[in-house]
Design a binder for this molecule. Sequence first.
Ligand code: CP
Ligand code: NVA
Length: 314
Amino acid sequence: MVAVSEQLKGRSFTRVSDWSADELLEVLELADTLKEAQRRREEHHLLPGRTLGMIFQKPSTRTRVSFEVGIAQLGGTGLYLAAGDLQLGRGETIRDTATVLSRYLDGIMIRTFAQSDVAELAEHAEIPVINGLTDTAHPCQALADVMTIRERLGRLDGVRVAYLGDGNNVCASLMIAAAMLGMDFVAVTPPGYEPEREVVERAQAFARESGGSVALEQDPRAGVRGADVLYTDVWTSMGQEEERERRLRDLAGYGIDDGLVAAAGDGAIVLHCLPAHYGEEITEEVLYGPQSAVWDEAENRLHAQKALLALVIR
Ligand code: CP
Ligand code: NVA
């Protein structure tokens, strides 16, 4: 049976920077072990009888299915809670919701708009709260991303990641994780689409400690030179639909295509958190091409989150 340390029990995971590099690596280690256990169909009921509530205020394919399947594979139950169907949607406070749900559940996963709502939920809940995406962060995605990079390249330290496109929630969480884990991260965006300055400065402070680096770049060709990983995400995130036309115009030229992959070199892998929009931030050829690790990355959401749940839920 897989052994799990008690040290992280009760902890919330609302943003990457709340955890130490060693704690993130502990998740990755357990994720690798659980991936192998699942591959061999070995039972690993680390959370028998526990219930994970999953609050969704935005749509989801990967996050919903991977959390629901993940808690089931750990011997527990997942409860899908559409935010609009809860009293939360009719004005019940986050504090009251947190207090009541703590009496029923063993953990909460929430996908919503404001990061401050997740922080407030975690502050008042007596059980771990996991951020399943906000407007400014996607920490569970970052866990699966670094797991995939380590799996494919055999290391994290010194790996060069070029993130292309919109400096959004996915970019921010990956940038912080990369900086904490000694990687070299460059955000390649058009003017006005850079990641938030405060997040860049926080990431740069982590990079100074870890020996990594964090930089900004506007030229895609220059940005991908020497990259081990090319990463992109949608140009129009959930909640930004009205800006779509402007974003398509502004971000044109920042999509990952065969030319950009060739400029990075044969050894580079391509990642995308999905969902993808062909011909915008990535081409179908690259997504299904020989250098794509996107489908492993999507699968690794399951393994990384199972590790996270097993470590934090009591
Ligand atoms: N990458 C990701 O979070 O996908 P979903 O929106 O489908 O959950
Ligand atoms: N940046 C995207 C990620 C989707 C998983 C969004 O927030 O919609």
